[in-house]
Every structure is written in C-alpha cells, then in structure tokens.
Design a protein around this ligand. Sequence first.
Ligand code: ARG
Length: 454
Amino acid sequence: MKLWKGRFSKQASSSSDEFNASIGFDQRLYAEDIAGSIAHAKMLGKQGIISMEESELIIKTLKEVLADIEAGKVEFTIEGEDIHMNIETILTERIGQTGKKLHTARSRNDQIALDIRLYLKKETAEIDVLLDELLAALKDLAAKHKETIMPGYTHLQRAQPVTLAYHMLAYYQMFARDKERYADCLKRIDRMPLGSGALAGTTYNTDRQFLADELGFSEVLPNAMDAVADRDFALEFIDCCAITMMHLSRFCEELILWSSAEFGFIEMDDAYATGSSIMPQKKNPDMAELIRGKSGRVFGDMMSLLTVCKGLPLAYNKDLQEDKEPVFDAVDTVKASLSIFKEMLQTMQVNTGTMSKAAKYGYMNATDAADYLVSKGIPFRDCHEIIGNMVLYAINKGVALDELTMEEFKSFSAAFDEDIYDAISIVNCIKAKQSEGSTSFESVEQQLSNLASE
Ligand code: ARG
C-alpha cells in the first residue's frame, strides 16, 4: 500500500512501480535511515510534538526493525518504493497509528539528504583507515629499499638514477594528500539537513541543533532549500575517490610495466596474478590491470552525478534519486582497490639486481657529468653541449660514459680530471644531490623520519 495514495484515484502501473523504486539499491542505507528516524522521534517527543510514550514506542520498535533487518528477517518491497517508506511501512505494521506519526515535521527529501551524509561520514572514515594501511605499506617498502638503486624516468626514458625508497615515497605523498582531501571534504559532508522538510522548513517547533547533536554532526545546514536540493558534498566525495583511483592507476601502470620481461623489476606474488587459458607460460598482473581499468568507472561516476545535478531547478527533483548508485559504486571501487593494492604491494618480489643494473645503463649520469664541468667553472649550457657530444660518441662506441678513457674525456674538455670517474658513479650521482626533498640517501632518510613524526 502506498503511503502517498490519498490523492490518487488509480494504482500505479507495475511498470512505473518498478521504474520508480530505489529500494533495490538504497536498502544499503537502512542503518542510517533508522538512526535518523530514531533521532527524529526523540526530538519530536522532547519538543512535545508527539507524546513521550509515542516517541519511546517508535524508538523501541525501530531498534527491533534494525535488528530484524540485520538478521535477514525483513523483506523489502518494490511497492514500498524506497528505504524510507519501506521502513515506515514496517513500523506502522508493527505499532499501528503511532507509527504513522513518525513522519511529522519531516519529508523524504530531508531524510535522504541525511542518509547519504551519514553514510558518507562512515565510509570516509573507512577509506581513511585503508589509506593509512597503504601508507604504512609504502613506508615499509621505502625503509626496506633505501639502498635499492633504479632508473628514474621522464617520458618513460631513463633519466636520472634514484632509489626505490624515493620512488615509493613519491607515492606516499600522493596518498597522504588524498587523505587530506577526504578530511577536507568531510567538513562539508558533516552538516545536518534533517528538519528541512520538503523544501521550505516545517510548521513545528523542531530542534535541529538537538538532531545534529544526536546524530553527531558538527553543524546544522542553515537553509532548508539548499539542504534538500544540493549534492555537492557527494560530488566532492566522488572527486576524492576519482583522484585516489587516478593515483592507484598510475602506480598500477608502473607495476604492470615493471613486471614485464622487458623491465623485470618486480614479480607479483602468485596469489595476486592470474594465468592464461591458452598460453601456459603466462603470469598476468590482472589485479593491477583491473584497478587501472576500474579508475574509469569512478571517473564516470563523477561525470554521471555532475550531469544528474546540472539542470535541476531548486529544490528536490526525482532525478536526485540517481545520486546513489554512482556514490555507492565509487565507494565500493575505491575501497576494494585500495585494499587489494596494498596486499599486492606487500607481497610482490623486488628484483633489486635488475633494477640497479638498469640504472647503470642509459647515460643517466650525464647530468652529473655536466655538473662536474660546472664545478670546474664552465657555464652549464656549454657543459650540456659538451656532454651531449660525449654521449653521442659513447653511444656510437657502445660504451657507458664511465667506460671512456681519460684521453677521450680530455678530447672533449681539458677540464676533466681523474676524479670524473668518481663523480659520475651511479651511487655518487645519488649521493651528490643536495636540494631539499631529493633522492639523496640522506634526504630519503630525512623524508622517512619526517613521516615517523607525522
Ligand atoms: N527515493 C528518493 C531519493 O532517493 C527519496 C526522496 C523522495 N522524495 C520525493 N519527493 N519523491 O531521492
């Protein structure tokens, strides 16, 4: 039976019931919906809008409904349309007339706005824990690989030698900023919409601050029309998820490359790889590929909610029912991706030998050779050209820069001395970095210990 049937002379067709219903997906919000209703009933009782006995009976029964849902004893119906009316119907079936009083001074419009905010508060906290775990895994990996030298790339071409610790700490910073972003977004999620009514407020002497305190919100939204109409907080949340997925996706792209025979830098643990149905030799980094692929879903979730909202006149429109699936999908995807990614990272094998060998070739000490000449008083731009010529010469000869003889060095510049060999050894290239935040062993040590104090 429809709770809003009074104005209608005909029943809804089964096709419109089906099309209109959100219970298939918004049942996920049952706990938030009941928490909101309990706070609302408490407030109604306290304010004398319903009697204290009625308030207590509603609260007690809602708690029983919650327990029954959790025990799998409740079946929601399409006819009940959404989670709000399903729960109200169950309540009324159990306690009759009193149940019908719960919706006094409330609308589904403020109810759903509340439910999503409560849900996102909870999920933001869970994502924060997952990010902490990932950060801890990255820190461990960095601590383990302070001496592991590898090529650093630009344009995916070997550029300058770095350490694996340094590379991991770069990602650490990205995910640490993700954490900040969710925390900042949480400030705007953490505002209480209940008590707004349909759009214009209500005629009852409600206490919205009491509701905020009961439900653990920091603030009450100051304008009822805004409170029921906007979903910017959800958009901001999906945006945070999209950025996290983008970071994960870049990282996955690297791990996929690194686990190829061409790189050979890492090997995924068997538990996080898959085989091929036809090629017996294959070991594929599917988890990393899936995370990279799933980033597309979350970017899509953001675009879809933006599009849902963009043409809506104030205040509530049923279009807003379409906010939930993108939000849920973003939550599910980012949580699953963060957790499997961390496991993958913790179990992969690092081939330190292959990494450091790769760092030896590719003329990655060329910048350091140029810096050496700068130290001998030659302007950097001239040094750049001299070393460029030397690299070309070495490539043609098929040798590394430090395999050239002293005479060969001298033929390019008289400023070269025996100490050039030391200056351009790969370890010294790393050691010699002096700027704050560099790949030098000392700086990485500092970066790691700064994290410890965070
Ligand atoms: N199921 C609806 C939603 O998700 C709840 C609000 C319905 N409000 C209304 N006026 N029809 O948005």
